[in-house]
Design a protein around this ligand. Structure first.
Ligand code: 5RP
Length: 269
């Protein structure tokens, strides 16, 4: 268990690259070809969060990162209720794919609260036998307004009490420290829809880290940005080097300029 956790959280901190979106929303913008999107970002992230299908079809087994396998699903954006999830992947398959951890969503307060908490509990039962950490994802479906401290604290605590080794939850503007303090296992910050500016992303990540989160699980705010590598470098600096927002923005701009001058040279040639 400790060894697997340290694979995905070297030094206790983590930058997970979320690329699991296709499991309920199909070919998400920027992730139509997940292998190509992710390749240049690999040096900057600690683990990939993806389904077995993406792993099989898009990730080079000879040149990858530790995998956190998304193992809940069976719903879609166009279906009745995103919360109506089941566990999709057997423990044998999780082991065969050499996953370092697994992720499962819980939809607390929804009609499927019990079902999804049972998904988590049963997955913990199966995975603990083999020392595989389970990350609970406190999901809100389409109800994004639920992302406030009291609700998130409740979700994180329940997920940890049921045996999650890590909890991924949303950052919130007010009292995020209370969410982290009430959770006895490490808390990882989820991304959410793309922010308007890079600074906004750096600000919420930096605030969340200062308030006790151990890292991030971000997708769209990295690979939907026109400069995803620069974004990844800057976010890595906040997570692993405690870089300030100002420093992160400098790193982002440096990365962006390098790319622009490289593109310029190519045009001249
Ligand atoms: C979807 C997830 C994603 O991994 C999570 O939402 C992070 O991706 P993004 O930063 O694009 O929101 O768990 O259920």
């Amino acid at each position: 268990m400790k060894n697997r956790l340290s694979q995905v959280m070297p030094g206790g901190r983590c930058f997970f690259m979320a690329m699991d979106h296709g499991y309920f929303q199909g070919p998400t913008t920027g992730l139509e070809k997940p292998g190509e999107t992710i390749k240049p970002l690999l040096p900057y992230v600690d683990a990939l969060f993806c389904t077995r299908g993406a792993l099989r079809s898009a990730i080079d087994p000879l040149n990858s990162k530790p995998i956190i396998l998304r193992v809940s699903g069976c719903t879609s954006m166009v279906g009745k209720d995103l919360a109506d999830e089941e566990v999709t992947t057997s423990v044998e398959e999780i082991i065969r794919l050499n996953a370092s951890a697994v992720g499962v969503s819980v939809f607390i307060g929804s009609d499927y609260e019990k079902q999804t908490l049972k998904n988590l509990s049963q997955l913990v039962n199966a995975c603990e036998m083999y020392g595989i950490p389970v990350m609970a994802v406190t999901a809100v479906g389409k109800e994004l307004e639920r992302r406030e401290a009291r609700y998130l604290a409740l979700c994180c605590r329940i997920a940890a009490e049921l045996g999650a080794r890590v909890v991924k939850t949303y950052w919130c503007e007010k009292e995020f420290d209370k969410v982290v303090k009430g959770c006895p296992v490490p808390v990882v910050i989820a991304g959410g829809p793309k922010c308007e500016t890079e600074l906004e992303v750096f600000e919420f990540v930096s605030d969340g880290m200062q308030k006790g989160a151990v890292g991030i699980n971000l997708g769209r705010n990295v690979w939907q940005n026109p400069n995803p590598v620069a974004m990844a470098k800057a976010l890595r600096a906040i997570v692993h080097e405690s870089a300030s927002v100002k420093k992160a923005y400098e790193i982002f701009n440096e990365g962006k300029q390098k790319l622009e001058s490289h593109a310029g040279r190519q045009v001249l040639q």
